[in-house]
Write a protein that binds this ligand. Structure first.
Ligand code: FAD
Length: 398
């Protein structure tokens, strides 16, 4: 027997973008559900380092343009949510660190002095006294400079959980192979079919990360085009890895040489998750080569820590974004409306609130309004994906 339902909006993809958007749309009365083909957070979201960027990276490379201004507003918006006073209650989200830090090695300290002489950088960063250094940097051998950034770092598992909780009744698992799309024409919207379930919807919002490409293809849409930018991340645990680090290390270029965040594996042991230039230059390297590069980097940059007993692993993951002419990172979140279909990529987890604003503005502009929905849904609810370091089984000593 067919199950039929009529909705305002169907969101495809349950990462940070889809979940944030579901919250905002339901708050204002849209009859919306979210369909996830794997598990919530299973895409880029669970691989994110969880840094709520405030644009320091842009400022360091001298690009204080509109995009940098937009991202600079994100930490305050997130902090309001984390305090339970923002647009979504994120007071149950685990804050791994109230601040991301920025450190320079002795070699580049003189160049840093120039950056921090600028008023702009002074408003975003605080230089720290040695007594206030995080424990991992409290060594007489540390000769660089350490700065505190206004960028909180979040545990993405508790973030996904907090976003899914208020509207869990509206979040379902779907077999993406089985899902069919029919455009009903005009303002009628779309008919989605999966097995015995039929869903008529005024609009579709695709927040499926790299899955968007396949969905658009199935819908017969050739735009927008997507690009993948891979990263080869390194994880280390045990040995000298005892204290958490949340920091970018500034190297010779204006983008971070190394970005470290700290998490706990399935046994509660601390894991350092290493990204930045290390993960970009490591694409194409074998797992062993990348482990060796990561080990060398931390040994050189943090010589007072003993890594001889540390275990290592790596993972390769693609960032999915709208295609840019030169393949570089898009500066802003991207939202496109075409034939009742919104395709959205945030570029950064930190941009999720702005992405949802832009999705809502597009719906309004195209007169997709909240209505009384009807009908039954006979679908299973979606589970939540574990974090990569919690399920990693291949740790090797270097
Ligand atoms: C290693 C790494 C580190 C990062 N660190 C940071 C950081 O510290 N700070 C920051 O701001 N950003 C960071 N980012 C970027 C950030 O992770 C992404 O911009 C963000 O998570 C994208 O979220 P999303 O919800 O749009 O997509 P995704 O998280 O990719 O979610 C897409 C979801 O859609 C589902 N899906 C796919 N196909 C279908 C389908 N056909 N039907 C239904 N569902 C489908 C997937 O299973 C997935 O759950 C990082 C990215 C990477 C890769």
């Amino acid at each position: 027997m067919l199950n039929e339902s009529q909705l305002d909006i169907v969101i495809l993809g349950g990462g940070i973008s889809g979940l944030w958007t579901l919250n905002r749309l339901r708050q204002v009365g849209y009859n919306t559900i979210l369909l996830e083909s794997k598990k919530l957070g299973a895409g880029q979201t669970r691989y994110a380092q969880g840094i709520i960027h405030g644009g320091t990276k842009y400022a360091l490379s001298g690009q204080m343009n509109a995009a940098a201004q937009a991202v600079s507003k994100m930490p305050a918006r997130w902090r309001a949510c984390l305090e339970g006073e923002g647009e979504i209650d994120l007071s149950e989200v685990k804050i791994l660190s109230n601040h991301q830090y920025l450190w320079s090695t002795q070699k580049v300290t003189s160049r840093m002095a120039g950056f921090f002489a600028s008023k702009l950088m002074r408003s975003r960063t605080a230089s720290l006294k040695v007594a206030d250094y995080p424990d991992a940097f409290k060594s007489p051998k540390f000769r660089g400079q350490l700065y505190q950034l206004d960028e909180p770092v979040l545990d993405t598992a508790s973030l996904v959980e907090a976003l899914a909780k208020p509207y869990s009744d509206y979040i379902f698992h779907i077999d993406s192979e089985d899902l069919k799309f029919n455009h009903l024409g005009g303002e009628e919207g779309w008919l989605l079919q999966s097995g015995e379930q039929q869903i008529k919807t005024g609009a579709i919002v695709i927040t499926a990360g790299e899955g968007a490409e396949q969905i658009l293809l199935k819908m017969g849409q050739t735009t927008p085009s997507m690009q993948r930018r891979p990263l080869h991340m390194v994880m280390g645990r045990g040995g000298g890895i005892q204290h958490p680090i949340f920091a970018h290390c500034l190297g010779a270029s204006s983008s971070p040489r190394l970005t470290i965040t700290s998490h706990r594996d399935g046994h509660g042991e601390m894991v350092w998750y290493l990204g930045g230039a290390l993960s970009e230059s490591g694409v194409g390297k074998s797992r062993d080569e990348q482990i060796e590069t990561g080990r060398r980097e931390v040994s050189e940059l943090l010589p007072w820590i003993d890594f001889s007993k540390t275990e290592w692993s790596t993972l390769v993951v693609d960032r999915a974004e709208v295609k840019t002419s030169d393949g570089s990172r898009p500066e802003n979140p991207y939202v496109d409306f075409n034939n009742g279909v919104i395709t959205a990529w945030p570029t950064k987890l930190a941009f999720a609130p702005l992405l949802a604003d832009q999705i809502m503005a597009q719906l309004k502009r195209h007169s997709v309004m909240p209505s009384e929905g009807e009908g039954a849904l006979d679908l299973e609810h979606a589970e939540q994906a574990p974090l990569p370091w919690q399920e990693e089984g291949r740790w090797s000593e270097s």
